[in-house]
Design a protein. Structure first.
Lengths: 494, 142
């Protein structure tokens, strides 16, 4: 069975999803969801070990090899790293969902919620596992369509509008991606990434290739919400059910970034992407604007969930900044931040989910003096907040450290200064919450009779909070995973 | 429309043939144009026609919403189940050749038929669910 791990990684949640839809009972569906997301995590861990001991694994679907036009699943060091991120978040969020979703989603829709959740997980895992361009598109749509449905399940009526907005923008992005893939297929006659990598350099003088490159880049940047293409994200994160926000914020954009890396490094090759197309010169200013403007907007938000959504946009900026530096240190920073930000944001959004559970609101004004009533929840929020700022001994510190190092290596000291400056902006918006929660007296408003969140919500939240601290102190595993992924990518490029 | 005898009789005569044609498209998918998706849509079209003429409540008596939704999920299970089965028979995922221990070609025929049956079931179920949900807007949910 071990040889089938790559396909099982996708099939376990994909099979569990229709089962959830069949049983129609929220609790049973939840049980299926937990079992399959844990199984997915275990499979990802097994794959991680196999890839790091014997190298990249390849799997031909239906026994048709890539040269016969078949679909190949291929997992290398970068892929296994992203698989670990996605399945870890999935495995932590599903247990959390029982009470959070139980309160926020209509009882008759709960089983379908878990079905959509597992489909989203399967889609995200499929994107990472596959080595076929069209398969990437199909899985991207599986994950996006189920994400639209999940967001629309939010209690607030505005969730529907947010989901619709995301649907329109996401479909535009998907169309761009499929046009780009179509062009590549017309030019090369192949959809397999490894084949494309061999065939494309011979065609680099052809005008279609840069157009395909542009379509793919813009399409994927829309999915990952890079600065000018980010408008769908804040509403979607704010109005989605808490468990969905925690899951999607930590995984969906990360997987889109993975697709971007795959395109730049594996399919087109880093020489073409960064030297011939001068990608760095476009991405660097965009990421800097994203980091600065989104951190600024985050400071002025009254809804904490929306504030964190804007902060997510800034964090995506950090990741893209690292990629645009086109150096191994910058890339290591990006890939590390992929993991660290997933853990940090997952923790923060789950802590907010606990607040939502008790208060039915995450407005800053309603959270006055909450630190005394929900000490454990707000403690986890504080840890996550420190991670976001990049305080030493939290995971955020490690990735920012690499990022600043990468910027200085390239002699871009203004960029390094800006990274430090925007960290201070993160201090401002996190401090706003801390001040309200710990240092202002409760005026006897909505939260007067609220108590600590139930243990079922606290354990998953604190799991991520502890991981956030653990990977800040002992980053051996994450830096090992990230640097071997970078070595692999950069090795292909040169 | 519900009182027009020509439409009612014509629908009654047509419906079995539409269902039949859907199955033809399904089973002929190996050799000619067709396959599970098209067959599923045609199969669903028979129910849509029936609902248009005899009213959506009558159609829901023949095929309740819950059953259609069940079909939607069941088809995916059939498809994936074939893949898992070939894995247990010693092949790769969806490697149909392993379905028949004597003749790999027979196994491939069987595999593609079963998989297309899964596609038919899901497409049919989802089409009917979409039609019911839109046509039944503003009415009482069952």
């Amino acid at each position: 069975m071990m040889a089938h791990l790559p396909v099982m990684q996708v099939m376990v949640p994909l099979l569990a999803a229709p089962l959830c839809a069949l049983v129609r009972n929220g609790r049973v569906a939840w049980g299926i969801a937990v079992a399959s997301s844990w199984a997915a995590f275990w499979i990802a861990w097994e794959i991680f070990q196999v890839v790091h001991s014997t190298g990249a694994i390849s799997y031909s679907l239906g026994g048709w090899s890539a040269s016969e036009g078949g679909i190949e699943y291929r997992i290398d060091t970068l892929g296994t790293f992203v698989l670990m991120v996605v399945t870890l978040v999935g495995a932590v969020v599903t247990p959390y969902a029982l009470e959070s979703v139980g309160k926020e989603v209509d009882k008759s829709k709960q089983a379908l919620f878990y079905a959509a959740f597992l489909l989203c997980l399967a889609g995200l895992l499929g994107i990472v596992v596959t080595g076929d361009m069209f398969n990437v598109f199909v899985f991207l749509e599986i994950s996006s369509l189920s994400a639209y449905a999940l967001i629309a399940l939010g209690k607030d009526r505005r969730a529907l509008r947010a989901s619709y907005q995301y649907l329109i923008m996401g479909s535009v992005g998907a169309t761009f991606i499929v046009i780009g893939i179509g062009m590549l297929y017309v030019m090369t006659g192949s959809l397999n990434m490894a084949n494309l990598a061999i065939l494309l350099p011979e065609l680099s003088s052809n005008r279609t290739i840069p157009v395909a490159f542009a379509f793919l880049t813009v399409g994927v940047c829309l999915k990952l919400a890079l600065f000018p293409l980010h408008m769908w994200l804040p509403n979607a994160y704010t109005f989605a059910p808490s468990a969905v926000t925690a899951f999607i914020a930590s995984t969906a954009t990360k997987v889109a970034i993975y697709v971007l890396l795959r395109l730049f490094y594996t399919v087109f090759g880093s020489d073409y992407s960064f030297l011939e197309m001068q990608l760095g010169t476009y991405l660097l200013p965009l990421s800097l604007i994203a980091i600065f403007s989104m951190s600024l907007v985050a400071i002025f938000q009254a809804n904490v969930k929306r504030m964190l959504a804007y902060s997510s946009l800034a964090q995506i900026g950090y990741i893209i900044l690292g990629i645009s530096l086109f150096s191994s240190t910058g890339m290591t920073a990006s890939i590390l931040h992929l993991f660290n930000h997933a853990v940090i944001k997952g923790c923060l959004f789950m802590a907010l989910g606990c607040v939502m559970y008790r208060l039915n609101s995450v407005e800053l004004d309603d959270m006055m003096g909450l630190g005394k009533k929900m000490p454990l929840t707000m403690g986890a929020f504080l840890v996550g907040g420190f991670g976001l700022i990049g305080v030493p001994f939290t995971a955020g510190f490690i990735s920012k450290w690499y990022l600043i190092q990468g910027a200085l290596e390239k002699g871009l000291w203004p960029v390094a200064v800006l990274v430090l400056l925007t960290s201070l902006m993160a201090v401002v918006y996190i401090w706003k919450v801390v001040e309200t929660v710990y240092f202002s007296e409760d005026p006897g408003s909505v939260n007067s009779d609220c108590s600590e969140a139930p243990i079922g919500l606290l354990i998953p939240t604190w799991t991520l909070a502890i991981l956030c601290v653990y990977f800040g102190i002992d980053a051996t595993l994450t830096t090992f995973g990230a640097s071997s992924a970078v070595a692999n990518l950069m090795g292909i490029g040169s | 429309m519900e009182s027009n005898p020509i439409l009612r009789i014509a629908t009654k005569i047509m419906t079995p043939y539409i269902l039949m044609f859907a199955l033809y498209v399904q089973f002929h998918g190996d050799y000619g144009p067709g396959g599970g998706f098209q067959a599923g849509v045609i199969f669903a079209a028979a129910f849509v026609l029936y609902a248009l003429i005899y009213g959506i409540e009558t159609a829901r008596l023949v095929l309740p919403m819950g059953v259609a939704a069940l079909c939607g999920a069941l088809g995916v299970l059939i498809y994936a189940g074939v893949g898992i089965a070939t894995m247990f028979l010693g092949g790769g995922f969806l490697e149909y050749g392993f379905l028949d221990s004597h003749d790999a070609e027979h196994g491939q025929h069987l595999g593609i038929l079963l998989v297309e049956l899964g596609v038919l079931t899901t497409v049919f179920g989802v089409m009917v669910v979409i039609f019911y949900s839109f046509a039944g807007r503003g009415r009482v949910e069952e």
